[in-house]
Design a protein around this ligand. Structure first.
Ligand code: B1H
Length: 797
């Protein structure tokens, strides 16, 4: 392989490459270089190191005629890339030295890089972790997505309320990508379909160009690199000269504006679907370009179209690219003359679909008239797919029903396998949304429990713990995370325990310094850092956490001299801009923080902080510093969770429900190292059948009643009794997410956490047992599962 042929990078060679790029790529001399110039030069010098392995991997895949994986995803939440590359190439030390020789601090330069936030949350970050594992495992793969001009919005708090501004990562040069102007496809929309000589012809009304931008994704030790290919929308006609000549200067730019809208902005809705025309266009835009691109590659290798499934595995990351099925069928029939039956069979053998949520508001469906207007040919093809499905299985499940095109049903019918993302979730997929389709296709659904890349989520973000693990059990865990279980032999060893606590203290200090620099807030680093970081959603129950915080505040004030365990409650996360109740929850957290943080009675015992604009880079600072991980979703609602894995891996025990991957985390780290509470998914369902359950639960809980009474009295809203009536009304009258029913047990479990935290050896043992037990949750394990059970691919080196 490749990386071996490359001369090893030294601090001197890197330094001279950085200087060369500063001069020749940035046009600056060191005396006048800004932080931006240094970052660009460093990035370019590092990017150069990736090119050889990247070429070699591509060449080897081509020569070996290896099957390729195509991961289609609306979201890739990749974050910063400098650190990713230096870690994977094992040149961080060298980079630090080179920058220092140039009078620059490497870490300051790294922190200057904007996050590539091309995703909302877990689903997008999972795609990024999968790309890392695919490269590390040397599985030939392409990620296909959209090159959004604006990633996820920036969150600000004004008087405690979330406001949003557009994110602008591409306002600066993005040096990691290579523009591929020669790789472009016409993507069509609208128009009508005619029948000519027994063949359908689509006469589209509108066309935009999908233009490729490639970012190499290098794996561990630079042994393999794959490609993340993102599509930007451009006008087919650059400029309308006729309009310009008529003096219509605005009109002259219309083609460009129209086209660019498609890849302009990431939809900021996590687990809700909007049903907007632009979103459907985005989905078809990137999916069609990707399918055309993979077909071109396949045919350029001299293959016969019938052979497609032996060379191509397409994974649909949720239903967002589900139009891939009809698009592939369309091309096979209309352009490659396959029969309808052969086209559907061939496409199905290539396609697999991952379901990421059961929440009804997230299940995509499009009004049939809108769908038929934008994609008339696909509308017909879906009708045809539906007919064959109904005939062949005798099933009554339709893809188009009550005037809606249902993308989940479409993806299911067109996939050879459908997977859920945790053991519990996959069972629920079988029992609930897809129970009828499961009966019709009983071998189709399987499970692949999510994972996280240990390169970013331990090795890179937690150097203190990384060092301790290396010193304790060696370095085999770098490529085989399950080796972490060797730590189990050291859990009761006093010197190991002390070193483990020292690593945590280092991370807490780092976070405290970060917060001080950012917001001027001082944290008590001897207090327990209790962290809930994720999108704000009722099912994730951040409001249960803040109500518990108020309850604790009450108890401390009632009895200030008792033996309390000091806590810092830390929140991070964004609400979808249109999700009013989630925004109220944010407001409440900030209001409660303002009240509690100014209370002289409790100030040394309880603090609430909510840094704005949570993103991947913030996660990399918060996660290693966490003592307690809040995973408190209503059972049955969080498909998997991946933040739960990151926190536990970094030595932060979970307080949580039996939901999503929590169930498997608890099995792996041991029930004694997990603070379990709450209704099970089954109990939750039964509870919803009991009329008036929430009011009854509130009335029988003095602790919760008191808290809700304080909110209603305006204690946290300067006397405003109505500020939180939406939350209160919801809890009393409805409470679908069963906060009221789980609250007392949650509060009691938190007091148990307090007690255990004071038993320092016991707590340290628990925290370290979490790290030791989490090896299975490497995304390398997940990707091996997909490769074996779904894709029929393997490592090629
Ligand atoms: C998850 C989404 C999601 N599930 C729609 N579904 C979106 C749905 O923009 N949209 O329309 C965006 C995102 N995201 C998450 O996936 C689950 O909630 C997590 O539990 C899971 O860990 C993650 C990865 O599987």
């Amino acid at each position: 392989m490749t990386a071996q042929n490359q001369t090893p990078v030294t601090a001197e060679s890197l330094q001279s490459e950085i200087t060369r790029h500063l001069k020749l790529s940035l046009g600056k001399d060191p005396k006048h270089a800004s932080l931006y110039d240094w970052r660009m030069s460093l990035s370019l010098a590092l990017r150069d190191q990736v090119v050889e392995p990247w070429f070699a991997s591509t060449r080897q895949t081509y020569e070996g005629k290896h099957k390729r994986v195509y991961y289609l995803s609306m979201e890739f939440l990749i974050g910063r890339l400098i650190e990713d590359v230096t870690i994977n190439l094992d040149v961080e030390g060298v980079a630090v030295e080179a920058m220092s020789a140039l009078g620059q601090d490497y870490y300051t330069v790294v922190a200057n890089e904007p996050d590539a936030a091309l995703g909302n949350g877990g689903l997008g970050r999972l795609a990024a972790c999968f790309m890392d594992s695919l490269a590390t495992l040397a599985i030939p793969a392409y990620g296909y997505g959209i090159r959004y001009e604006h990633g996820l919005f920036e969150q600000h708090f004004e008087n405690g309320q979330q406001t949003e501004t557009a994110e602008g990562w591409l306002a600066q040069r993005h040096v990691w990508e290579f523009e591929r102007p020669e790789v472009a496809y016409n993507i069509h929309f609208g128009g009508y379909v005619s029948d000519e000589g027994g063949k359908a012809h689509w006469h589209p009304a509108e066309t935009v160009l999908a233009s490729a931008y490639d970012t190499p994704v290098v794996g561990w030790k630079g042994k393999w690199a794959n490609t993340l290919r993102l599509w930007a929308a451009k006008p087919v006609k650059l400029f309308d000269l006729d309009s310009f000549n008529r003096g219509d200067y605005v009109g002259a730019n219309a083609p460009e504006r129209l086209a660019r809208t498609i890849s302009r902005v990431l939809y900021p809705d996590d687990t809700t679907q909007d049903g907007k025309e632009l979103r459907l266009k985005q989905e078809y835009f990137f999916t069609s370009a990707s399918i055309k691109d993979l077909l071109r590659r396949f045919l350029s290798e001299g293959n016969k179209i019938e052979d497609l499934p032996n060379h191509v595995a397409i994974q649909l990351n949720d239903t967002h690219p589900a139009i891939a099925g009809p698009e592939l069928v369309r091309l096979l029939i209309d352009k490659h003359d396959l029969s309808e039956e052969a086209a559907i069979d061939t496409a199905r053998q290539c396609l697999a679909y991952t379901n990421h949520t059961l929440l009804p508001e997230a299940l995509e469906s499009w009004p049939e008239d809108l769908f038929a207007r934008i994609l008339p040919r696909h509308h017909r093809i879906i009708q045809m797919i539906q007919e064959r499905h109904l005939q062949q299985t005798g099933s009554h499940v339709r893809i188009i029903e009550h005037g809606n095109v249902k993308m989940g049903e479409l993806a299911f019918v067109m996939a050879h396998h459908v997977n859920g993302v945790s053991a519990l979730h996959s069972e629920l997929v079988k029992e609930t949304v897809f129970s009828d389709l499961h009966a019709a296709y009983p071998d189709r659904i399987l499970n692949q429990t999510n994972g996280i890349t240990p390169r970013r989520w331990l090795y890179s973000c937690n150097p203190a713990l990384r060092g301790l693990i290396n010193d304790t059990i060696g370095t085999a865990w770098h490529t085989d995370l399950e080796q972490l279980q060797d730590l189990n032999a050291h859990l009761d060893d006093a010197s190991f325990q002390q070193a483990f606590r020292a690593a945590k203290a280092t991370n807490k200090d780092r976070m405290a310094k970060w917060l001080k620099d950012r917001n001027g807030i001082t944290l008590d680093t001897s207090a327990m850092f209790d962290i809930q970081i994720k999108r704000i959603h009722e099912y994730k129950r951040q409001h249960m956490n803040i109500l518990e915080t108020i309850a604790l505040w009450n108890e401390i004030r009632d009895n200030p001299t008792a033996n309390w365990t000091p806590r810092v409650k830390i929140f991070g996360g964004k609400a979808a801009p249109g999700y009013a109740l989630a925004k109220s929850i944010i407001h409440l957290i900030n209001d409660v923080a303002a009240t509690i943080n100014n209370d002289p009675v409790t100030k040394d015992l309880l603090q609430v902080v909510y840094p704005e604009n949570y993103n991947v880079s913030m996660a990399e600072i918060l996660i290693p510093a966490s003592d307690l991980s809040e995973q408190i979703s209503t059972a049955g609602k969080e498909a998997s969770g991946t933040g739960n894995m990151k926190l536990s891996l970094n030595g932060s025990p979970t307080i949580g429900t039996l939901d999503g991957a929590n169930v498997e985390i608890r099995e792996h780290v041991g029930a004694e190292n997990f603070f379990l509470f709450g209704l099970t998914a089954q109990e939750a369902d039964a509870k919803r059948g009991e009329h008036g359950y929430s009011r009854r639960a509130i009335e029988s809980s003095p602790v919760l009643s008191r808290v809700l009474g304080q909110i209603a009295a305006g204690v946290f809203s300067a006397g405003d009794r109505y500020r939180y009536s939406d939350i209160l009304h919801n809890l009393y009258e409805h409470d679908y997410f069963l906060l009221s029913c789980d609250f007392d047990e949650y509060f009691a479990k938190q007091r148990e956490v307090d007690a255990v935290y004071q038993d320092v050896p016991r707590w340290t043992r628990m925290a370290a047992a979490n790290t030791a037990g989490m090896g299975w949750f490497s995304s390398d394990r997940t990707i091996r599962g997909y490769a074996k059970d779904i894709w029929g691919t393997a490592s090629v080196i």
